[in-house]
Design a protein around this ligand. Structure first.
Ligand code: SF4
Length: 400
């Protein structure tokens, strides 16, 4: 079975007698999560059919609806969500700083690779603005650092060089051979300095130029280099800077990039998102956005909408002021969220891969089957059977 606790989608998970095997702490907590919410309208508990009916009415009446999230939904739900968005003229924003990079990868503007290729060939691995030890705990042991691979038979001690570039000494940095500390907000200056160093020029920079030159030397000698790009990188530099850096690195060696984000099926919705853009009439994540931080919604862009549908996305946790805007808010989520506390309609749903089967796209583009981990949709004692978000979306599609 597969874990949907993060975008690594580990496929060796077993659950026996309520005990989860092989999953990391994040995956175990995700699979055993019991924080289910009740269906609600205007913060009053109601029957789920009433909640769906009310949501359908709000969506049908909306003039500028906007859908947020879908990164934590199975591909089948996303497809229905896109059809619903097209039908009512809604925009879909996956609400992630990684959408631009995924778009560049999908359209081959930067070189990428699969996770098994990282395991088999990577000799220089950069964790940039990323801390997978805490966000994707099995990445290091499964693919990126510790395992032996086809061309990496001697293990991490001699075969791989892991380098962390981050604003702080993260857990991941503590196991890397080198760590480069970024001055907060000055990632782009580090990239500029590195680009100069790659051309054998001594950069005049706030960073230690000798160390930047040393890093450039290591990257140039890489046989198969991989950058794991976390939110600390993609959220702080224009997307063009990453493309330029990748082009420069590939003049000297073979360098790939993989986005490191948490929503387990973000790659799938970020890819179908571009198709929805053409029919959407409201504010959308603009695929050509050049602003640092990608194109996550701002308060100003949310105020353009009169109805927000949050699917598996906790808007209020990243933008608490969103609760105060005039738009009606509909939440579809397996768990209790901050946004549910201020939503007009709350519809609980099953969690993909836990009590709902489907498919998803892993962070490296591999399509993964997600069998249902729990029997009969029950996650354990005290848990209730939950309706799938795909069937909720279908009912909304029929109703509007
Ligand atoms: S690394 Fe991610 S997918 Fe794998 S078990 Fe942990 S949370 Fe689940």
């Amino acid at each position: 079975m597969a874990c949907t606790g993060c975008a690594l989608l580990c496929e060796d998970i077993e659950v026996r007698d309520g005990e989860v095997r092989h999953a990391c702490r994040i995956g175990t907590a995700h699979i055993l999560n019991r924080q289910q919410i009740d269906p609600m309208v205007d913060q009053e508990v109601v029957d789920i059919d009433d909640a769906i009916r009310r949501a359908a009415a709000l969506l049908a009446d909306a003039e500028r609806p906007m859908f947020l999230g879908f990164g934590n939904s199975i591909t089948e739900t996303q497809a229905t969500g896109v059809r619903l968005a097209e039908k009512i003229g809604a925009g879909i924003d996956p609400c992630s700083v990684h959408t631009s990079l995924i778009d560049d990868i999908v359209h081959s503007r930067v070189k990428t690779c699969t996770l098994p290729e990282v395991r088999d060939y990577a000799d220089v691995i950069l964790f940039w603005g990323a801390d997978p030890m805490n966000t994707h705990p099995r990445l290091m042991s499964g693919y990126a650092y510790y395992p032996r691979g086809k061309n990496r038979q001697h293990g991490w001690e001699t075969d791989r060089t892991a380098i962390a570039i981050d604003v702080r000494r993260s857990h991941t940095a503590s196991i890397c051979k080198e760590m480069y500390e970024i001055v907060p907000g000055r990632n782009i200056e580090f990239i500029d300095a590195l680009m100069l160093a790659l051309r054998n020029k001594v950069p005049k920079t706030v960073y230690d130029s000798k160390r930047v030159l040393k890093l450039a030397g290591t990257l140039k000698k890489a046989e198969f280099g991989v950058i794991f790009a976390g939110p600390g990188l993609v959220g702080s530099v224009p997307r063009g800077a990453i493309i330029r850096l990748m082009d420069k690195l590939n003049e000297f060696s073979d360098f790939r990039i993989l986005p490191l984000y948490s929503p387990y099926n973000l790659r799938s919705i970020a890819a179908v998102d571009t198709a929805a853009v053409t029919t959407a009439t409201t504010v959308m994540a603009d695929a050509a956005c050049e602003h640092p931080g990608g194109c996550t919604p701002t308060l100003a862009s949310l105020r353009e909408a009169d109805c927000l549908l949050c699917v598996g996305f906790d808007l209020a946790s990243s933008l608490p002021q969103a609760c105060d805007i005039d738009a009606s808010i509909i939440v579809i989520d397996p768990s209790e969220t901050l946004t549910a506390g201020c939503a007009d309609v709350v519809i609980p749903c099953a969690a993909g891969g836990v009590d709902l089967a489907g498919t998803a796209v892993r962070m490296d583009g591999a399509k993964i089957d997600l069998p249902c981990i729990t029997k009969n949709g029950q996650t354990g004692a005290g848990a209730r059977t939950r309706v799938s978000d795909a069937s909720i979306m279908n009912r909304l599609l029929e109703a509007v």
